[in-house]
Design a protein around this ligand. Structure first.
Ligand SMILES: NC(=O)c1ccc[n+]([C@@H]2O[C@H](COP(=O)([O-])OP(=O)(O)OC[C@H]3O[C@@H](n4cnc5c(N)ncnc54)[C@H](OP(=O)(O)O)[C@@H]3O)[C@@H](O)[C@H]2O)c1
Length: 314
C-alpha cells in the first residue's frame, strides 16, 4: 500500500463514525442503508419497529427507545414526517442529546428549522438542517443533492460523513432555514410546471391528441424557450436588478395571451381557475401603466423591495 492509499484508508476509518437514524419511512430506510453500505456502525429507531427488520438483517442495531438510539451515536440523522413529530420525538430528550449532532432532514418550513436550531443551541446540542432534493433510490449516489444550512464549521467537520447520503451534499448558509427555503423554491417550480403540463394535455385531449404525439413539441418548447427563460444568467439578472424593460414580449401581449388561454379553456370545458390570479395580476400591471414592461414585472407583486437580496449572495 503506497503512502496516499494508506492516508486514504486511515481517513476512511476515522470517518466511519457510528450513526443513528431516527425515522425509517421510505427515506429514512434509504439513509440508513447508505451508511450500512459505507461500513458505518448504524443504530436505528422507528415508531413501527418492523420497518427496521431489513436494516437489522444487514447489520444495523435496532434501538428499543429513542433515548437508546441517541445514546448509541454522536451523529443523529432524523428523517420523520413533519417537524411537529421531530419536536415531540426529540425535545423530551434534551439531556440525552446534549453534546451530540442532530442532522435533521425532515421537510418543514424555514422558520421551523430556525426555531429548532435555536432550541438546540440553548440546550448545547449541535444542529444542521438539510433538504433532500432526491428520491430514496438516489440516496447514496453521486447525483443525490442534499442542501444544508447551519454552522459552517460543523458542516465542514462532518462533510465527508454527510456525503455518504449523497454526492451532491452542498453547504448553503449559516442561516439554518435556507436549505428549506431552497426546497420550497424548487418544489414550487415543480408543482407549477407539473400542473401546467396537465392543463396543456387536457386542452390537447379535447381534439383527441395523445400525450405521446405532443412530446416532441413539448420538448422543443421547454428546451428552447422555457429552460433559457428560467435558467439563463440574463433571466436571473432581470429579477435581481428589477429591470423589466423588454424588446421581446411586453406585459400587454402577455395579458392578451393569458386572456385567450382562460377564454379558450372555458370554451373547451377545461378548468382554468389556477390561471385566474396570474391573469388578475397581469391586468393590474397593465392598468398601472406597465404594459410595455416584460412579464417578469409580476414578480414585483410577490416581493417586498424594502428587503433587497444582494445579487449572488445568500
Ligand atoms: N420520500 C421522498 O421522496 C422524500 C424526498 C425528499 C424529502 N423527503 C422528506 O423526508 C421525510 C420522510 O419522508 P418519507 O418518504 O420517509 O415518509 P414516510 O415513508 O411516510 O415515513 C414517515 C416517517 O415518519 C414517522 N412518523 C410519522 N408520524 C410519527 C409520529 N407521530 N411519531 C413517530 N414517528 C412518526 C413514520 O413512522 P412509522 O413508520 O411508525 O409510521 C416514518 O418513520 C419527510 O419530511 C419528507 O418530506 C422525502
Amino acid at each position: 500500500m503506497n503512502e496516499n492509499s494508506l492516508i486514504k484508508a486511515l481517513v476512511k476509518e476515522t470517518d466511519l463514525i457510528p450513526v443513528t437514524v431516527i425515522g425509517l419511512g421510505n427515506m429514512g430506510q434509504a439513509l440508513a442503508a447508505a451508511y450500512l453500505a459505507a461500513g458505518h456502525p448504524v443504530t436505528v429507531w422507528n415508531r413501527s419497529a418492523d420497518k427496521a427488520d431489513r436494516l437489522v438483517g444487514n447489520g444495523a442495531v435496532r434501538a428499543e427507545t429513542v433515548a437508546g438510539a441517541i445514546a448509541a451515536s454522536g451523529m443523529i440523522v432524523v428523517c420523520l414526517s413533519t417537524y411537529e413529530v421531530v419536536r415531540s420525538t426529540l425535545m423530551p430528550l434534551e439531556t440525552e442529546l446534549t453534546g451530540r449532532v442532530i442532522v435533521n432532514l425532515t421537510t418543514g418550513t424555514p422558520d421551523e428549522a430556525r426555531l429548532l436550531d435555536m432550541w438546540a443551541k440553548e440546550k448545547g446540542i449541535e444542529y444542521l438542517d438539510g433538504a433532500i432534493m432526491a428520491v430514496p433510490p438516489m440516496i447514496g449516489s453521486p447525483n443525490a443533492l442534499i442542501l444544508y444550512g447551519g454552522r459552517k464549521e460543523l458542516f465542514e467537520a462532518y462533510q465527508s460523513v454527510l456525503q455518504v447520503m449523497g454526492g451532491g451534499t452542498t453547504y448553503l448558509s449559516e442561516d439554518t432555514g435556507v436549505a428549506l427555503l431552497f426546497d420550497l423554491a424548487m418544489l414550487t417550480m415543480l408543482y407549477g410546471a407539473w400542473y401546467s403540463y396537465f392543463h396543456a394535455h387536457a386542452l390537447l385531449r379535447t381534439a383527441n391528441i395523445s400525450a405521446e404525439k405532443f412530446l416532441p413539441y413539448a420538448s422543443n418548447w421547454l428546451q428552447h424557450l422555457i429552460v433559457p427563460m428560467l435558467t439563463s444568467p440574463e433571466a436571473a439578472r432581470i429579477l435581481d436588478e428589477g429591470n423589466y424593460t423588454t424588446d421581446v414580449s411586453n406585459m400587454t401581449v402577455n395579458k392578451l395571451a393569458l386572456d385567450n388561454i382562460v377564454k379558450s379553456s372555458r370554451e373547451l370545458g377545461v378548468p382554468a381557475d389556477w390561471l385566474l390570479p396570474i391573469q388578475t395580476v397581469t391586468e393590474q400591471m397593465v392598468a398601472r401603466g406597465f404594459g410595455n414592461d416584460g412579464f417578469e414585472r409580476v414578480f414585483e407583486s410577490m416581493i417586498n423591495r424594502s428587503v433587497p437580496t444582494p445579487p449572488g449572495r445568500i
